[in-house]
Design a binder for this molecule. Structure first.
Ligand code: NAD
Length: 499
């Protein structure tokens, strides 16, 4: 079996502990991909010292030149797309059509970042004084700690590291334990593209050990974390205490609303993709379906037929619609919520059991599951499950649907199917989410727009698009007074009228 390494101080190295963990294919427990390092604070210490050297070099590299490295990264990812998708499906489980999309998101982010190296705009504004200039500009911050989840093994690390690097920071990358192979491939690509080796450090291992150590390290001033709200709270508490710059992207409990006037065929396609794509393991997954009463029964009938027909299987095999869950713990969590739903009196209409059949025995498969008659406010309706479980809530009016959508602690994504333009704009205005889709599912963010959520989904920052560059750079202001005299600011010579 292949033994993989960390990338620290410009070399592929074994962990200080000498210990490793197995990376297993979730579609087949008997298929072990390799052994990956269990890193600790000793590995981190070396990585930080090296990343600081990398930062000193990289911050002096002109931003357009930094962008060129990212363009080259995009070219290599394009060339290796098929191979990357295959290795990602093997360790993460989602079908190849989805892992290709995951790689493509990285490619799009690379080309966006490359061109941003020629912008990174500051502003020049008029001064209050004569013969004085005033301007703002961006500076890199330092060593960025990058902590990522398992569900988008390529896209999420690229969302974070590409802008971090274009802004001139160096990165210490700690990927999720379930997807270390994709992370290793990404670091190989950085190196092939010409990134100076000390600008990137890769540490594999347990979140509670090396992830926590990164968050607590005093020489890492910048943390970008995507993962569960529970872990994010711990990360946030530490960063608050240590005055670190922090971006949090966390859980969701997203709803698709289907109103009486909707195109039902279109809405069916949306909910199947939103709820069961990526086996429900997307932060933007459709976990609640809010149906207006007149179309409720008809829509549910149409949906059940389609959900029952979805094919569970190995994501690397043709014809698979739904891959496995990521691991045993995820499977148990889903099973626990099936018990909770039944105890709360919801109607289990389909699924509710592990994947059946010999092909599925060795993997973490769970059937697409639909609960109807789910009460707003119940645990099934409120809590993130992160699996192929859809809860259907019946409402009388659009206003009630909006209130149910807003009645959870999360606020990532929402979707409304309607033909009424007034209701559509009302939804864009009133739904408490970072993203609202009209006549499209809750999933499907594009790389060049800001991405993130409100309430307990995030902490106010956005990934993607133009906004993320603000997070990875510090604004500095410069004044140049060429008047040759002392000019006092804050308009203390203001001549305005007091009466
Ligand atoms: P997780 O919170 O278990 O782990 C995320 C990362 O944090 C992993 O790399 C893990 O090793 C690390 N980690 C764990 N404990 C840590 C600690 N104490 N200190 C520092 N790091 C630690 O999440 P997951 O199961 O990998 O991912 C699923 C979650 O991520 C879901 O809640 C999902 O909604 C969320 N998610 C959110 C977004 C978004 O953009 N809002 C995107 C994808 C996933």
């Amino acid at each position: 079996m292949k033994t993989f390494r960390n990338f620290v101080a410009g070399e592929w190295v074994a962990p200080a502990s000498g210990e490793y963990f197995d990376n297993v294919n979730p579609a087949d427990r008997n298929d072990t991909i390799g052994r990956f390092p269990l890193s600790n604070s000793e590995d981190l210490e070396r990585a930080v010292v090296s990343a600081q050297r990398g930062f000193e070099l990289w911050k002096r590299t002109p931003a357009p030149e930094r962008g060129d490295v990212l363009r080259h990264v995009g070219d290599i990812m394009t060339r290796r797309k098929e191979e990357l998708a295959d290795l990602m499906t093997r360790e993460m489980g989602k079908p190849l059509t989805e892992t290709r999309g995951d790689v493509q998101e990285g490619i799009d982010t690379a080309y966006y970042a490359a061109s941003e190296g020629r912008r990174l705009f500051g502003k020049t504004v008029p001064s209050e004084m004569r013969n004085k200039w005033a301007m703002s500009y961006r500076r890199p911050i330092g060593v960025a700690g990058i902590i990522t989840p398992f569900n988008f093994p390529m896209a999420i690390p690229t969302w974070k590291m590409f802008p971090a690097l274009v802004c001139g920071n160096s990165c210490i990358f700690k990927p999720a334990e379930d997807v270390p192979h994709t992370a290793t491939a990404l670091v190989e690509i950085f190196l092939e593209a010409g990134l100076p080796p000390e600008v990137i450090q890769l540490l594999h291992g347990a979140g509670e050990v090396v992830g926590k150590a990164i968050v607590e390290h005093p020489s890492i001033p910048l943390i970008s974390f995507t993962g569960s709200t529970e872990t994010g709270s711990q990360v946030g508490a530490t960063c608050g205490r240590m005055h670190k710059r922090l971006s949090l992207e966390m859980g969701g409990k997203n709803a698709q609303i289907v109103l009486d006037d909707a195109d039902l065929d279109l809405a069916i396609e949306g909910v199947l993709w939103g709820a069961f794509g990526t086996t429900g393991q997307r932060c933007t997954a459709t976990s609640r379906l809010i149906l207006q009463s007149r179309i409720h029964d008809q829509f549910l009938g149409m949906l059940l037929d389609r959900a029952r027909a979805m094919k569970l299987g190995d994501g690397r095999k043709k014809g698979t619609d739904v891959g496995p869950l990521i691991n045993e713990a995820a499977l148990r969590k889903v099973e626990n919520y099936i018990d909770i739903g039944q105890a709360e009196g919801a109607d289990l209409l389909c699924g509710g059991r592990r994947g059946q059949g010999r092909d599925l025995e060795a993997g973490y498969f769970y059937e697409p599951t639909i609960f109807a008659r789910v009460e707003a406010g119940s645990r099934l309706e409120q809590e993130e499950i992160f699996g192929p479980v859809l809860s259907v809530v019946r409402v009388q009016t659009a206003a009630e649907a909006f209130a149910v959508n807003n009645g959870v602690k999360y606020g990532l994504s929402s979707s409304v199917y309607t033909r009424d333009v007034q209701v559509a704009f009302q939804a864009l205005q009133d739904l408490d989410n970072g993203i609202t889709y009209i006549n499209a599912p809750t999933i499907g963010a594009e790389a060049h727009l800001p991405f993130g959520g409100v309430k307990q989904t995030g902490n106010g920052h956005r990934e993607g698009g133009w906004e993320v560059y603000e997070f990875y750079s510090e604004t500095k202001v410069g004044y140049v007074d060429f008047s040759g005299t002392l000019q006092r600011a804050q308009i203390d010579n203001y001549q305005g009228s007091a009466d």
